[in-house]
Structure formats: structure tokens, C-alpha cells
Ligand binder design. Sequence first.
Ligand SMILES: *[C@@H]1O[C@H](CO)[C@@H](O)[C@H](O)[C@H]1NC(C)=O
Ligand SMILES: *[C@@H]1O[C@H](CO)[C@@H](O)[C@H](O)[C@H]1NC(C)=O
Ligand SMILES: *[C@@H]1O[C@H](CO)[C@@H](O)[C@H](O)[C@H]1NC(C)=O
Ligand SMILES: *[C@@H]1O[C@H](CO)[C@@H](O)[C@H](O)[C@H]1NC(C)=O
Length: 187
Amino acid sequence: MERVTVLFCFLVVLSTAQKTGFGPCPDALPLSSLDVKRYLGKWHEIYKIPNFFEADQSCITANYSLKADGHIKVFNQGVTNGQPVSKTGDAYVPNPSEPAKLMVKFSENSPYAPYWVLDTDYTNYTVVFSCESFGKIAHAQFAWILSRNITITESLNQKLFQTLENNGVPASYLKKADQSNCTSSKK
Ligand SMILES: *[C@@H]1O[C@H](CO)[C@@H](O)[C@H](O)[C@H]1NC(C)=O
Ligand SMILES: *[C@@H]1O[C@H](CO)[C@@H](O)[C@H](O)[C@H]1NC(C)=O
Ligand SMILES: *[C@@H]1O[C@H](CO)[C@@H](O)[C@H](O)[C@H]1NC(C)=O
Ligand SMILES: *[C@@H]1O[C@H](CO)[C@@H](O)[C@H](O)[C@H]1NC(C)=O
């Protein structure tokens, strides 16, 4: 039964353009420290591994803010067919000794998923990685490069691709995010 469920999940994931593979997740190494206060605020999506939950969205931004309970409010905005779309999630650090390993979820019923910060300088960029394995059979991975600005320089880009490569995520998996005509989502 469990195996059928796992296989089903894997097929669903396969058919929705995740980056999937056989075997466990790559051995990615998040930062050993993360200053959440400096990490808060608005980020623009620059590159990502395409995923089903943000398919067809352009102008994607994330705004992280601190909640009264110490969790982080995640407010993601984008544009689909010219219409603004948004969703609100909740993130937290389950283990304070691993501060760059956050967990995030976007609905009451869904489980938390990993959100690991592989690198950030707080003022320009962050590199985020997420991977979930289905037993040891297969995995689905996600990655994002976010910036405080709507563009990053080519040299920074190359550096961040290298960071992903060093963590077992081929840069060729990444697609440039569309931030080309985002005036309507500025506010
Ligand atoms: C981010 O969210 C916080 C909390 O809702 C809000 O106060 C702040 O203005 C937002 N920042 C941006 C740039 O939208
Ligand atoms: C990062 O941001 C700071 C301040 O915003 C800027 O001075 C610096 O040149 C930026 N560095 C890179 C690599 O973009
Ligand atoms: C943000 O991007 C614009 C357009 O590429 C660029 O002109 C500007 O210098 C950037 N600002 C920062 C703070 O990097
Ligand atoms: C950008 O948006 C404007 C206003 O909505 C629209 O007229 C224009 O065609 C868009 N350009 C592109 C390249 O999508």
C-alpha cells in the first residue's frame, strides 16, 4: 500500500515538471548561521527550478515578516494572466542549532516542506533549496535564487549557480524567472 502511494506521488510529481530523480536528495549544506531579522522583507524571484505550484506566474516576490509567535509570515505574490495572485504561508526553524533549515507550508492541510538557505548576503541575494524524498526510491527538488532587486549582475549570477552546483543542484535545472513587466505588482 505504502509503495503504491509513493509511486503515485512520484508519478504526480513527474507529470508536473518538478526536477525529480531516483535515489535520495542531494547532500546540500545550508548555512551554519542565519540572521532571520536581516533576512526578513521583500525578495524578487530571479531563477528557479520550475514547479507546479508557481506555474505560469510571473513577477513573483516573497515578503517575509516576523509573527508574534516567532514564526515567519511568508507572503508570496505573482501575476497570472495579468491578474495578481498571492498566497500566505508560515515558516519556522524547527531546530535552533540548524538556523538555516527552515520549514514552510502554504495551507493548513499540507505538511511543512524544507526551505534551506544555502547562501545569502541579506542585502542582495539568497539561494534557497528544498528537497523531499519518497523513501529512498526517488526525490523531488526545488531551488530558487531570489534578489532584493529585480535583476542581479552576471558575475553574481555565476557565483550563485556555482553555489548550487556545489550542493549537487545542476544550474541547468534552473530557469530564469519572468520579472519583465511587473509594474502592476510593484504595490
Ligand atoms: C512585508 O510585509 C510586512 C508585514 O505584513 C509589511 O509591513 C511590509 O510593508 C511588507 N513589505 C513590502 C515591501 O511589501
Ligand atoms: C550588495 O548590496 C550592497 C548594498 O546594497 C552593494 O553595495 C553591493 O555592491 C552588492 N553586492 C553585490 C555582489 O551585488
Ligand atoms: C537594481 O537593478 C537595476 C536594473 O538592473 C540597476 O540599475 C540598479 O543599480 C540595481 N540596484 C541595486 C541596488 O543593485
Ligand atoms: C506590459 O504591460 C503593459 C500594460 O499592462 C502592456 O500593455 C504590455 O503589452 C506588456 N508588455 C509585455 C512585453 O508583456
